[in-house]
Write a protein that binds this ligand. Sequence first.
Ligand SMILES: Nc1ncnc2c1ncn2[C@@H]1O[C@H](COP(=O)(O)OP(=O)(O)OP(=O)(O)O)[C@@H](O)[C@H]1O
Length: 586
Amino acid sequence: MIAKIQKAYALTTQGAKDLVKATLWTVAANLSLMIPVGLLVMALGNIISALMTGGDPAQGVWGLTALSALLVAVIYIVHWFQYKALYIATYQESANRRIRLGEKLRELPLSFFGNRDLSDLTATMMADCSALEQAFSHYVPQLWGTVIFTVLIAIGLLAMDWRMGLAVLWVVPVAFALVLGSRFLQDRFSTRNFLAKRRATDGLQELLETVKDIKACNQKERYLQGLEEKLDQAERATIRSELVTGSFITSAQAFLKLGLATTVLVGVSLLIEGSLDLTVFLIYLIAASRLYDPISLIFMNMAAVFSSQIRIQRMREIEEQAVQTGTRECKPRNYDIVFEHVKFAYHEDEGVLEDVSFTARQGEVTALVGPSGGGKSTTAKLAARFWDVNEGRITLGGIDISRVEPETLLQSFAIVFQDVVLFRDTIMENIRLGRRDATDEEVLAAAHAAQCDSFVQKLPEGYDTLIGENGATLSGGERQRISIARALLKDAPVILLDEATASLDVENETAVQAALSGLIRDKTVLIIAHRMRTVMGADKVVVISGGKVAEIGSPSRLLERDGPFKHMVALQTESQSWSLPGDEKC
Ligand SMILES: Nc1ncnc2c1ncn2[C@@H]1O[C@H](COP(=O)(O)OP(=O)(O)OP(=O)(O)O)[C@@H](O)[C@H]1O
């Protein structure tokens, strides 16, 4: 049963067990709320029998008061346990769910992120987790707890007097049928509502991320119009969904109240007939007045649980994604990277690389060059197993990298991308990301070698200065120097440089290149370069064009041929002499 609950609600084993516990405590809490009804019936029974027999109606009042005090304590204790089981366990599960999701995301291949909208993923991590937290602390255990409680009470009512039991209970299955029968409609409208809201949130996030470009293109009005439309759609979808759910739930709740009328009618006729005791009648009247409220609550909880299904489904989708696996030991005989007939596509039928074969040797700089969109970055990222190849294989020192667990493999790589990611932390900690256990002295030495000193010294607290989100307060060149410092600190045997010095001015570029030459000694260096100046010092050039290897050789050998490399060099030399129209006059 635990396994089924776990699957149905995307919970951990402990979460499923806690859910059962919370449900049982909810049953106990609901049953404990019937204690006052029992006490009331006892008190009324005493008074009625005293009045009928001419005795003292106040007789036994102290005993009843003492019993009431005891039972209030019982109610309190039961509710305290219910609270603990409901909330503390749920929040614990919610924390576990977030950690589990985070762990899962860490293990997922980048292909997963390429196919998913990142704001949608953030929403799953934040909004879906919070909504499920609410569902599991409020709705699900309450729902099942109240269902079990209702069944128990119904059995009791039918057993005591089946005629009165039926008079109270006949409305329950009809009202349930109304809510369950409308589930299809409720699901449909709540899914539409969910998707419309998600589109509006995505639109809003996109606006915030691209506000600079929208303003620069003077498209503010057009963009805001689109966003307004999305917000309107979300509003309409919410109203429709609430209307559909509300109509069915309220109708079912109103229908339940008919039971009170039938209880009175049947009870009074049975009393007149003389086949029903007055105390029993009172018990049914009180029971009917207390029973319908929890059932109404069941209907509301059912609607909330139905609308949580889409979130549970999304959570399950992520949890069931296949992860990249492999051995946790990687001892290559050297650090040569060999591409053997590699074929790769990000999406089916959209091939990016086709039969790519080359070797990047340890101790050499291998430059990947070629036209934009040709597949250079893809090639470099495949070497670090960011994705798995579709055909062929890539080896590191003879080991097929698809057999090595990605995190283990990445220990051998230091990577400097074009788009540097920085965290809202001090510069010191941003550099330490290269090697968590590095001492302050080692971090400072790496920063110095990457030419960070010149701009860090101008910051108010030097290396302890906090930088804004993704280093928004730093220039492109400064961000790149921090990224190079990270790579220097990591000091890994394989280095991937994606146009690492692209954002630097000539002075800094020369200095950083000097630092990089120290870093790359005896290592396998795969560099993606757009500027031919960077490439000329490489040992080998691999020209990748249209996803295929167009040429391989040393820069000097390739320059002797009349191939694509020579053509690219000629084009770039030509473009260097290009100037803005009118410059000549200055
Ligand atoms: N994450 C991705 N998902 C889908 N397609 C992608 C992804 N990254 C790149 N592509 C596509 O793969 C092709 C090769 O891209 P890649 O970035 O490897 O080229 P590149 O030679 O490095 O280009 P550039 O010099 O402009 O950086 C392009 O058509 C690109 O649109």
